[in-house]
Design a binder for this molecule. Structure first.
Ligand code: CMC
Length: 429
């Protein structure tokens, strides 16, 4: 028997709604018939209590600090798998066998180059354009190049579009960097792993071979795994909402990139590093903390707090570990910003303002320091996040398109504007 929730309002009016159960996590009240039965909508700006979809991809328990991709704990995936293995899992639902993995890697590698005409797009941007602005434009433009994978009702088109996006994002992100630097674009080298190839396209030049350092490649791979999916966050919801109208996958991912750019979302790693630079010295931490606590200052401790995690972000733990490994490998244990970050974290974790609000470091608190050590410029941090999250976005988009219950997303509102009034002719206003 299905559990039901009863809503009562007014003089003795009531309506019943089924309670749906997932495999784990909170039950949900199915209010799809609410308007038809009551003439009322729900009001939930920011979706604080709203489940927008069913999904079998990622599970988060924010109170316990748990993150699972397809049921597997992030701590195991980050240590035992590589990014393409995790991508296969997120996309297909199961970890690949050796044959499936080799086939998947082969398919992704066949698509790492971009159409040569696409390289001309970059010339239209200023050299100092923010890479995220370039990514929104160039990824959106992919829909003008790959007409043979735009039929969203054809599962084969959907898989080719997914592979193209996963394969080409590193190439495009590296091109955005090279364009900024005024260096020639580097073609992908398919004998390298996904992450090593990305580092080659970033750091090699035609006159110098780049030999990727395995410790740094592993660190980048871990950054990608930790950012690959995160349930129905703002950018993923943007991708789903865009896709719900039948828009093509390249356009939907471009919309996701635009949303990710915001400082409250993917822009936080860039903002966290800028904040550390601004604080500059451990002696300035108390002054900065006081500013953060002052609501009128508008300052936030960037890289702290999360809408869902009200406990330590499990990704932050792994990223903190990677941070130590990378800095040790590069002999940067005494890195000024890293030491400052550790001091800031210690003070914040003991301060009642942060403790009482359950504000803990999130993944972005450390990922900026790691990326900086890898030689990635600050303005590209969110681009790396976009590269990783493309896997989650495309898997979520595909899950939505294949869902028979899928409908165009169309929220309603509580109208607070003027009631009906007559237009007064201009000479009488
Ligand atoms: N520094 C100082 N105070 C904060 C912070 C912070 N980073 N985050 C939240 N608060 C305070 C907030 O002012 C509020 O205080 P009060 O109850 O006195 O009004 C309380 O904590 C609750 O905050 P909220 O704004 O209601 O929480 P939210 O769930 O709407 O916001 C957040 C979540 C991530 C947008 C926010 O914590 C934030 O802006 N953090 C900094 C940016 C950041 O690091 N974002 C990365 C998120 S992780 C990467 C990703 O998934 O994209």
């Amino acid at each position: 028997m299905t559990d039901k929730a009863t809503l009562t309002w007014g003089a003795g009016k009531s309506a019943e709604f089924p309670i749906l159960k997932g495999t784990i996590g909170p039950d949900v009240i199915d209010i799809r018939t609410l308007y038809a039965n009551t003439g009322m909508f729900t009001y939930d700006p920011g979706y604080m209590s709203t489940g927008s979809t069913k999904s079998a991809i990622t599970y988060i328990d924010g109170d316990k600090g748990i993150l699972l991709y397809r049921g597997y704990p992030i701590e195991q995936l980050a240590v035992q798998c590589d990014f393409l293995e995790v991508s296969y899992l997120i996309k297909h639902g199961e970890l690949p066998t050796k044959t499936q993995y080799e086939d998947w890697v082969g398919r992704v590698k066949r698509h790492t180059m971009v159409h040569d005409q696409l390289t001309r797009f970059f010339n239209g941007f200023r050299r100092d354009a923010h890479p995220m602005a370039v990514l929104v434009g160039v990824v959106g433009a992919l829909s003008a190049f790959y007409h043979d994978s735009l039929d969203i009702n054809n599962p084969e088109h959907r898989i080719i579009a997914a592979i193209r996006l996963i394969a080409k994002l590193p190439t495009i992100v590296a091109m955005a960097y090279k364009y900024n630097m005024g260096q020639p674009f580097m073609y992908p080298r398919n004998e390298l792993s996904y992450s090593a190839n990305f580092m080659h396209m970033m750091f090699a030049t035609p006159c110098e071979t780049y030999v990727p350092n395995p410790v740094l490649v592993r660190a980048l791979d871990r950054i990608l795994i930790l950012h690959a999916d995160h349930e129905q966050n703002a950018s993923t919801s943007t991708v789903r909402l865009s896709g719900s109208s039948g828009a093509n996958p390249f356009a939907c991912i471009a919309a996701g990139i635009a949303c990710l750019w915001g400082p409250a979302h993917g822009g936080a790693n860039e903002a966290a590093l800028a904040m550390l630079e601004q604080i500059g010295d451990a002696s300035k931490i108390p002054e900065f903390i006081a500013k953060v606590k002052d609501k009128n200052s508008g300052a936030k401790l960037m890289g702290f707090g999360h809408r869902v995690y009200k406990n330590y972000d499990p990704r932050a733990k792994l990223m903190r570990e990677t941070c130590h490994e990378v800095l040790a490998e590069l002999g940067l244990q005494n890195d000024r910003l890293f030491k400052l970050a550790l001091a800031l974290e210690k003070i914040a974790l003991e301060d009642d303002y942060f403790v009482s609000r359950k504000l803990y470091p999130n993944v972005d608190f450390y990922s900026g320091i790691v990326q900086r050590a890898l030689g990635i410029p600050t303005n590209l941090f969110t681009g790396i996040f976009a590269l990783a999250r493309t896997v989650g976005w495309i898997a979520q988009w595909n899950e939505m398109i294949a869902d028979p219950e899928q409908k165009i997303g169309r929220p309603r509102q509580l109208y607070t504007g003027p009631t009906t009034r007559e237009v007064v002719p201009m000479d009488k206003r």
